[in-house]
Write a protein that binds this ligand. Structure first.
Ligand code: SAH
Ligand code: SF4
Ligand code: F3S
Length: 439
């Protein structure tokens, strides 16, 4: 039934990872099986990200490399999806004569038709945003092979318009999915053997706030936790300004809720936070972190920061380092500021040299490596419940995730895959932990 091969490369955030899963499942229905080898693929799709500058050029470079595979005379469909597709639209088709289709972030449901048209030699670009009413029925629905941990989209888009960020322009207005649809999807996943769900959206904790007739995110989370078979719940991403006391309370009394939270601060300086339009202060961010640590003492926090935002003085940057000292992130994703077309910050005076920005980034990353290492070393000797998801890196090992989100490898058997297993941590690496079965 599979007579064609699909090669897909995914860039950017988990929304794109989730969209790629959906693309694979839609194209399976058209007879495409996934492959890791672009040379043999009948269709190549790049699912792109435009959150930082140079994104378009990166896509062009990657396509130029992949195009060598199109030269043997065989028909191969070349497609671009995701946020660069949304941003550039038809322009991409004009610039790249070998490109067959461009599909925007609201148009995935059109993909099967577009692929059939491309198979007949038609070139198409679809990047219109869809009205919210219609979008409710176009939310991704689950399909495909059952695994142990799955994303469940709860909302899409973003209305925050942080001054540096392109996401609201390429993902469109924020919309919350119907809670009834979310809960029935989670129930179905539980029936298929899924043990962990990750509630997904750009700003999950503003879920329901604008609809009037849906629960809040905290209420939704409690309903998900009532579903038998689902034993662990995570969510990403949460915006600090919408981190309510009601949601913080879930960490106190919803044991299924993972002890890891991604709470991006972006900066530790009030002046910079204001210019970024983030809607919270350093003190209120730290207050929320403090409350989280009080109700869930073993919580681990991950975050994002931007270095070298226009107007970030040395003293502001030091505030970011001191925020890191106070929070002690287990992992921090740090980025040099990059001006994005059409955003408010793109008009700000950005006079800090690239070298200075990179020097700040380097300092920050050094500090983070120290924190990651200190926090991880502290886990040695502790016991963690690991959801075993597959074979480990080395023969005889299995691998899974602990409640704190860290990857744990240990000597075990494949019969343990799919179970929660207690593992004693014996060694800490920068990105994972090593453990042994509790005797
Ligand atoms: N919705 C998420 C973030 C999505 S973008 C949130 O609000 O937390 C992922 C990360 O990319 C952001 O957290 C930010 O740290 C970084 N980022 C976004 N725009 C950027 C830009 N113009 N330059 C550098 N980093 C940026
Ligand atoms: Fe971008 Fe801000 Fe929305 Fe996150 S909340 S996606 S950083 S605009
Ligand atoms: Fe990138 Fe789009 Fe996600 S710009 S970060 S892939 S929403």
């Amino acid at each position: 039934m599979f007579d064609k091969l699909l090669y897909i490369e995914t860039f950017g955030c988990q929304m794109n990872v989730n969209d790629s899963e959906r693309i694979v499942s839609m194209l399976t229905d058209l007879g495409y099986a996934p492959t890791n080898d672009p040379a043999s693929a009948d269709m190549i799709l790049l699912n792109t990200c435009s959150v930082r500058g140079g994104a378009e050029e990166k896509v062009y470079r990657r396509l130029a490399n992949l195009r060598i595979y199109k030269r043997d005379g065989k028909k191969q469909i070349i497609a671009v999806g995701g946020c660069v597709a949304q941003q550039e639209g038809e322009e991409l088709l004009r610039k790249l004569p070998y490109l067959d289709l461009v599909i925007g972030t609201h148009n995935l449901h059109l993909l099967p038709d577009m692929v059939r048209a491309a198979e007949r030699g038609e070139r198409r670009s679809e990047t219109s945003f869809i009205d919210n009413d219609q979008r409710l029925d176009l939310f991704p629905s689950i399909k495909g092979e059952s695994r142990l941990s799955r994303f469940v989209t709860v909302m899409q888009g973003c209305d925050n318009f942080c001054s540096y960020c392109i996401v609201p322009y390429v993902r469109g207005r924020e919309i919350s999915r119907r809670s009834t649809d979310i809960l029935s999807e989670v129930r179905q996943l539980a029936d298929e053997g899924v043990r962990e769900v990750i509630l997904l959206g750009q700003n999950v904790n503003s879920y329901g706030l604008k609809t009037g007739n849906e629960p809040t995110f905290a209420q939704l989370l409690r309903r998900v936790a009532e579903i038998d078979g689902i034993d662990r719940i995570r969510f990403t991403t949460s915006h600090p300004k919408d981190m309510s006391d009601e949601l913080i309370a879930c960490f106190a009394d919803v044991p299924k809720l993972s002890s890891q939270i991604h709470l991006p601060a972006q900066s530790g300086s009030d002046a910079v936070l204001k210019l970024m339009g983030r809607g919270y202060s350093r003190a209120s961010y730290l207050d929320k972190v403090h409350k989280l640590k009080t109700v869930r003492p073993d919580i681990v926090i991950t975050g994002d920061v931007i270095v070298g935002f226009p107007g970030e003085h040395e003293a502001d940057f030091e505030q970011t380092l001191s925020l890191m000292e106070e929070v002690r992130y287990i992992d921090l994703f740090s980025f040099v500021y990059s001006a994005r077309p059409g955003t408010k910050a793109a008009d700000l005076n950005d006079d800090l040299s690239r070298a200075e920005k990179l020097a700040r980034l380097d300092l920050l990353m050094q500090l983070q490596r120290r924190h990651t290492s200190e926090i991880s070393q502290n886990y040695i000797g502790s016991v963690m419940s690991v959801l075993v998801e597959g074979e480990g890196k080395f023969p005889g090992q299995v691998s899974g995730k602990a409640d704190i989100g860290r990857i744990v490898n240990f000597a075990g058997e494949s019969s343990q895959i799919g179970t929660f297993t207690d593992v004693k941590i014996t060694k800490a690496y920068p990105n994972s932990l090593l453990g042994e079965l509790l005797a």
